[in-house]
Design a binder for this molecule. Structure first.
Ligand SMILES: [Zn+2]
Ligand SMILES: [Zn+2]
Length: 356
């Protein structure tokens, strides 16, 4: 089981973070594994494009609304008294979905608006049992009659999560169709355009090189549009209910500052595409690069400097005296060579003269 949280930018479970929290006297947030039938849905909610959530991944409690996390057992004893026991390991409501991602811009993370839960909740099994009994005994509903003995069918044990009543309020789903509003939606700038087909609506923005760098894609079967920055899916926007929501979202996407890369055309493979508050105290102010690309640029520059240094070392500058000395040595070598050749030739001449 992976020990660190799957959410982008979240450090829960990192050794350094555990140490830090311990030093501050805080508890590490608990971890939850996705229920098998919810992996797809959780995946859609998590703004992470490099990897998709697997059965063995975990998410920490920071990404759920507190109402979705059950931290106690509510237990009605045989005497009708309610006891609240702290759970050793908190668990999630069956309807819980991750919706809070504090390490990405806040407008990219919005808790799903849930319908208000009905004030009258389904009673627990124990309570229902009591009520049935009290109705049989003629005791009005709502009052619990004391039980004379421990019911053998409901022994004294805490309820397992599967016994928990299902949350009767499923997340609100609003199917908003953007197509009828297209002509009246105000685009955030002149470089924005919209493309439509029967099942697809794409708002996109062109950069200085006339390439689409920001896209917002609505699919007919899915009310939540996908935001893509330079081809990377960065998030799925939720809670779009009308034309105004679309305009606000487009404005937000328009305001995202994109990373300018390490150098023209070069981006770090870990480029986070957008510039945001990941680094509140940047080394350089007015930076136009993400942290990864800045690091990559520094590496490229260091490499270039080293290469330059090597090139200058290859042709060292010489003093005039050294240059003359070197020339003299070379010429002396040449003279020596020529002298030996001359000697050999003279010897050969003598031999030839004798024979003829
Ligand atoms: Zn986390
Ligand atoms: Zn970058």
């Amino acid at each position: 089981m992976p020990s660190s949280c799957f959410a982008p930018g979240c450090k829960t479970g990192y050794r350094s973070e555990v140490k830090k929290l311990k030093a501050e006297g805080k508890k590490t947030p608990c971890m939850f594994r996705p229920p098998k039938d919810k992996i797809e849905e959780w995946n859609r909610r998590i703004p992470r494009s490099d990897r998709s959530l697997g059965e063995k991944d975990v998410l920490c409690a920071l990404h759920f609304v507190p109402e979705d996390i059950i931290t106690t057992w509510e237990h009605t004893g045989p005497d009708g008294k309610k006891a609240i026991i702290e759970r050793e390991k908190p668990c999630l409501l069956p309807t819980a979905v991750p919706c809070i991602f504090p390490n990405i811009p806040s407008y990219l993370s919005n808790p799903i608006k849930k319908r208000k839960a009905p004030t009258k909740r389904e009673p627990t099994i124990q309570k229902r049992c009591n009520r049935e009994r009290s109705q049989q005994d003629g005791v009005p509903d709502g009052e619990t009659a004391p039980l004379p003995t421990v019911d053998p069918e409901f022994p004294d044990f805490p309820m397992s999560p599967s016994n928990l009543p299902n949350d009767p309020s499923p997340p609100e789903t609003c199917i908003y169709n953007v197509q009828p509003d297209i002509s009246s939606i105000k685009l955030p700038g002149t470089m924005w355009g919209v493309h439509t087909s029967p099942e697809l609506t794409i708002f996109c923005h062109l950069d200085a090189l006339r390439q689409a760098d920001k896209c917002v894609e609505f699919r007919q079967e899915n009310p939540d549009p996908t935001v893509t920055l330079r081809g990377k899916v960065v998030m799925v926007e939720q809670g779009i209910k009308n034309k105004d929501d679309v305009e606000v979202m487009l404005q937000n996407v328009h305001a995202i500052r994109l990373c300018s890369g390490a150098s023209p055309g070069k981006f770090s493979s870990a480029c986070s595409t957008q510039l945001h508050a990941e680094n509140p105290t940047p080394r350089r102010t007015n930076t136009t690069r993400c942290k990864e690309c800045q690091k990559y640029r520094d590496t490229l520059q260091k490499r270039q400097r080293r290469a330059n240094a090597r090139a200058t070392r290859a042709v060292p500058k010489m003093t005039p005296l050294a240059r003359c000395t070197q020339q003299k040595r070379r010429l002396q070598k040449k003279v020596q060579k020529l002298e030996t050749v001359l000697g050999e030739t003279m010897e050969r001449t003598v031999v030839i003269r004798k024979t003829t």
